[in-house]
Design a protein around this ligand. Structure first.
Ligand SMILES: [Zn+2]
Ligand SMILES: [Zn+2]
Length: 252
């Protein structure tokens, strides 16, 4: 089985000690691709450094809404340079989860500017949206980038809105949780050629690893759960999602 992890954070400090050894072991575990998502200017540089070390590893660069406090318009020029050799702009978006999180107007400004940069560079976007579904959709409909809505947690109706915009939808190990009925219903609404799988590691470990540090080698559990919902074999599900990731991110 060939597995493509479309969203991971191997620059997180959770991997500081053994991350490089772990990544080196992935080819023999069937992990054929990993997208390392930037979440700040600093982590985006770190993702690019990892991509330079491992041929199956590809970097996305961007400022996450939780890092929006560092946003200033001048960062677009830096990101434009940094995007050279990157496969996407991300992760970017809106996160209203914390009342004391970054100012929502600054989050929107950073999100919109980075969607425009992605369009200018003809790169896909990786969108993060938490507790901000209506505003995220409104801004995506306004700017019309191409890309993926990652770690999808919305309804089947919301999935259809993004599918209509040409988006891919990324699902994590959450689909393996016993109480994840909503995520499973949403998955059923996403055609096989628009589905991506992701760890979002070090978070979101699938059952039976729930609560542990997650990594891409745990994805077979997520593949099995999605394959059952889609009524295909795990091998087919893995192959289709790997092909989708290569198509979206322009990887050959
Ligand atoms: Zn995210
Ligand atoms: Zn992430």
């Amino acid at each position: 089985m060939e597995i493509f992890d479309s969203h991971a954070h191997y620059t997180d400090e959770a991997f500081a000690e053994d991350g490089a050894a772990l990544l080196a072991s992935f080819p023999e575990k069937g992990i054929v691709g990993v997208i390392g998502a930037g979440s700040s200017i600093k982590s985006s540089y770190a993702e690019k450094a990892l991509a330079a070390r491992f041929p199956f590893y590809h970097a996305a660069v961007g400022v996450h809404p939780e890092a929006a406090a560092e946003w200033k318009p001048g960062l677009i020029a830096e990101l434009r340079t940094m995007a050279e050799g990157a496969v996407a702009i991300g992760e970017i978006g809106l996160d209203y989860h914390y009342d004391d999180g970054p100012d929502r107007e600054i989050q929107k400004e950073a999100f919109c500017a980075q969607m425009e940069l992605a369009k200018e560079l003809d790169l896909p976007v990786i969108i993060h949206s938490r507790d901000a579904a209506a505003d995220t959709l409104e801004l995506v409909q306004k700017h019309r980038p191409r890309g993926v809505l990652h770690c999808f947690s919305g309804s089947a109706e919301m999935a259809r809105e993004y599918l209509a915009l040409g988006f891919y939808i990324g699902f994590t190990g959450v689909v393996t949780f016993p109480n994840a009925k909503k995520a499973r219903l949403a998955t059923a609404a996403v055609p096989l050629d628009r589905l991506l799988i992701e760890t979002d590691c070090p978070y979101m470990a699938p059952v039976p690893y729930r609560g542990k540090r997650c990594d891409s080698s745990m994805l077979p559990q997520t593949v099995a759960a999605l394959a059952e919902i889609k009524g295909v074999s795990p091998e087919e599900l893995a192959a289709a999602t790997a092909e989708n990731a290569r198509r979206l991110f322009g990887i050959r």
